[in-house]
Write a protein that binds this ligand. Structure first.
Ligand SMILES: C[S@@+](CC[C@H](N)C(=O)[O-])C[C@H]1O[C@@H](n2cnc3c(N)ncnc32)[C@H](O)[C@@H]1O
Length: 270
């Protein structure tokens, strides 16, 4: 038991160190690069998440767990009077605060340093909505984090959680790499059944399941978006519509699970 706790603590520290070091670079890539994986990733997630946020409507208090440099806090602030972003990497929080000050959002965006598993210092029943995007895979105790989110949400409060789909062929190969050399200490991807089970066991009711598709398809989509690659405008427009529709349709009906990189779930506190 003691050994298990030690391993968890060691993994936690390794992940923290990784993100403290990566903060500056990750932020720069997101802000400047055009064809960057993180940027494409964010755009594809946003296509899935924005309709869910719109459906919930404007609420008072939002929280973004594992906020990084505040990417999702900045999205959430359009739907909440006030947003708190929490991350354990101080460098991330520093950058997020600077961005909030630069964009004049400092009074509505608050950032704090803290552990996504405990969410200590945050009051029970105080948030209307929580986002938890691409964080669960790093956590030694995934269940604890979802329990903590449940604790701080108001009754019937919403959670949007994004996890990496272990059932996806591309992620399976990534997982193998992590097992061999582990660039980041923990990368525990979840299957659809696993994450649904975890949410139900931690006091949530799953409302909607959406899938975000494979990287290669993202890049195909970018290709279609480029007039340089497809100069014939009517064809380009038609392909864009077809790709968009097919992607949305497959994600909605959860077909071809192995082709979807990420799982997005809208859940509600019971
Ligand atoms: C892949 S990044 C995602 C960042 C952001 N949510 C996004 O989608 O751009 C994972 C984030 O989780 C944070 N993180 C990992 N483990 C954490 C923990 N135990 N407590 C708080 N934050 C954590 C990292 O610092 C990092 O910012």
């Amino acid at each position: 038991m003691k050994k298990q706790e030690q391993n968890k603590a060691q993994a936690y520290n390794q992940v923290k160190l990784h993100y403290e070091r990566a903060a500056e670079n990750r932020n720069k890539r997101l802000l400047t690069s055009k064809l960057n994986a993180a940027k494409v990733n964010h755009r594809e997630r946003l296509k899935t998440i924005a309709p869910l946020l719109k459906r919930i409507g404007i609420v008072k208090q939002g929280i973004d767990v594992g906020t990084g440099t505040g990417v999702w806090s900045e999205v959430l602030v359009d739907y909440c009077d006030k947003v708190t972003g929490i991350d354990f990497a101080e460098q991330n929080i520093k950058i997020a605060c600077e961005k909030a000050a630069d964009t004049g959002f400092a009074n509505r965006l608050v950032y704090i340093v803290g552990d996504a598993q405990q969410l200590s210092g945050l009051n029970d029943h105080s948030y209307d909505i929580a986002t938890h995007v691409s964080v669960l895979q790093h956590l030694p105790d995934q269940r604890k984090s979802l329990e903590s989110v449940n604790r701080i949400l108001k009754k019937k409060g919403h959670l949007i959680v994004v996890v990496h789909n272990r059932g996806c062929i591309y992620n399976r190969s990534l997982n193998l790499q992590h097992k061999r050399g582990a660039t980041i200490a923990i990368n525990k991807y979840n299957t659809l059944d696993e994450i649904v089970g975890l949410l139900e066991e931690t006091g949530f009711q799953v409302k909607k399941i959406r899938l975000v598709w494979l990287f290669i398809l993202d890049f195909l989509m970018i290709g279609v978006e480029s007039p340089r690659l497809i100069p014939f405008e009517p064809l380009r427009k038609a392909l864009l519509v077809i790709f968009g529709k097919v992607g949305g349709w497959m994600g909605r009906f959860q077909l071809l699970n192995p082709l979807f990189r990420e799982i997005v779930i809208l859940a509600q506190k019971r």
